[in-house]
Design a protein around this ligand. Structure first.
Ligand code: ATR
Length: 271
């Protein structure tokens, strides 16, 4: 039997996480022996939990999900430039002595968009929402040479603040632009999952506009339901979830697993 590596995902809630399923598929495909568990951890217990977890010499890494991504960026470790800038970490890697902190959400999102045959270069992007989920992709999107990014949020001040933070990387706006169609419309608002999502009136789109919900669920999200009424190019966040997981896996083991097979498995489960 090959060496066992201990891994897991830390969040609260964590019961419905698909990460254990995804990583068990990666493990089977790459022939690496892992134990990947979901850990439900309260906010105050987060840092002690991480420190305890890595005392075990078999512990190789962790994924971090809500509500701990910001807390994880404050852990004592070597943090990547992106994770530091966005104040969020979703992947921890341990070597002999140190822990390394990364965010693979942005690159996972971009990979999924490219995998679907689309790109950001010279495209007009609309991001709905201006919280942690928006910022988790904004750094990477802004670096992929879009024509402009509109951040559209219920609380406009939050959108304006994010626009200022990223305006040196890309052209950013906090009000809807009606002059030309948006090429990619991304929902990062948690309202997309809670069912409080309100359709945007008078949105300038074309036949080829892509709609992408960073949220996902085994049933259709309210954002996707709305978007399907106006577009044939509608996706939820399953592809991003699998791609960010693949980047984490690659950081732990130096092997990039096949994402398409796992995405297909999840699609099959959804029926
Ligand atoms: P996350 O880390 O998931 O992004 P967050 O930082 O709390 O969580 O941000 C949630 C986002 O969803 C915010 O942009 C929020 O809008 P506000 O900044 O105005 O709070 C948005 N959001 C949540 N509920 C919403 C609702 N009912 N209608 C519109 N936007 C909503």
């Amino acid at each position: 039997m090959s060496k066992l590596y201990k891994l897991g995902v830390v969040g609260d809630p964590i019961e419905h996480s698909l990460s254990p399923f995804i990583h068990s598929r990666f493990s089977r495909e790459t022939n690496i022996n892992i134990e990947y568990l979901p850990f439900k951890v309260k906010q105050d217990d987060f840092a002690p939990f991480v420190s305890e977890f890595f005392k075990d010499s078999l512990s190789k890494g962790l994924n971090i999900t809500l509500p701990h991504k910001k807390n994880a960026s404050m852990l004592d470790g070597v943090i990547s430039k992106e994770a530091k800038y966005i104040n969020a970490v979703n992947t921890i890697v341990k070597d002999e002595k140190k822990i390394f902190l990364y965010s693979t959400d942005g690159v996972g999102f971009i990979d999924d968009i490219k995998n679907k045959g689309f790109m950001f270069e010279d495209n007009k992007i609309l991001i709905i929402g201006a919280g942690g989920a928006a910022e988790s992709i904004l750094y990477t999107v802004a670096h992929n040479k879009p024509k402009e990014i509109t951040l559209y949020n219920r609380t406009i001040e939050k959108a304006e603040k994010l626009c200022r933070k990223y305006s040196h990387i890309s052209k950013t706006e906090s009000v809807l632009d009606h002059n030309s169609p948006y090429d990619i419309v991304i929902n990062s608002s948690s309202a997309g999952l809670t069912g409080e999502f309100r359709p945007i009136e008078e949105l300038n789109i074309s036949k080829s506009t892509i709609f992408y919900d960073l949220n996902y669920s085994l049933t259709e999200t309210p954002f996707c339901k709305w978007a399907k009424g106006i577009s044939n190019n509608v996706y939820d966040g399953i592809g991003m979830l699998v791609h960010q997981a693949a980047h984490s896996y690659n950081m732990w083991f130096g092997i990039f697993p096949d994402t398409n097979k796992v995405i297909q498995d999840i699609e099959d489960m959804r029926g």
